[in-house]
Design a protein. Structure first.
Length: 138
């Protein structure tokens, strides 16, 4: 999730926002690592990624641009735009979310292991509490 989050950052997660609220593109979520996640040694149980697509949306990419329902995704957050590998066209079903890291060229995400079911989402990350030099809203 670099540059938004770095290794060692500590965050607060709102679990109620998922249980009683909505999940929107741009939200940073914490979720159970999918069984097919093969980008590490298997010791990671939870992951943090940014929501790119929500149920009912169709996603694809061309070059370094992500398209949602045929329109370029508006991304007001800070991210590294290099997109490799591309997003193969996918239409998200009910309770499916497409997630990516902000450092796209080095992110193991939905492009590799598929969508995240809503039932695996633990909560929304909303505040960085450590390090103190970077404390603040996400």
């Amino acid at each position: 999730m670099n540059p938004t989050l770095r290794v060692g950052d500590r965050i607060l997660v709102n679990k109620l926002s998922v249980r009683f609220g909505t999940i929107n593109p741009g939200d940073i979520i914490v979720f159970k690592a999918p069984p097919a996640e093969h980008c590490d040694d298997g010791s990671i149980t939870d992951l943090v990624k940014r929501v790119i697509g929500t149920p009912g949306q169709t996603l694809t990419s061309k070059g370094n641009t992500v398209y949602v329902n045929g329109q370029p995704l508006k991304e007001p957050w800070t991210y590294f735009p290099t997109l490799s590998p591309p997003i193969k066209k996918i239409t998200l079903k009910a309770n499916q979310y497409f997630v990516m890291g902000d450092n796209r060229a080095n992110s193991c995400d939905s492009r590799f292991w598929g969508t995240v079911p809503r039932s695996d989402i633990i909560g929304k990350a909303f505040f960085r509490i450590w390090p103190l030099s970077r404390i603040g809203l996400l």
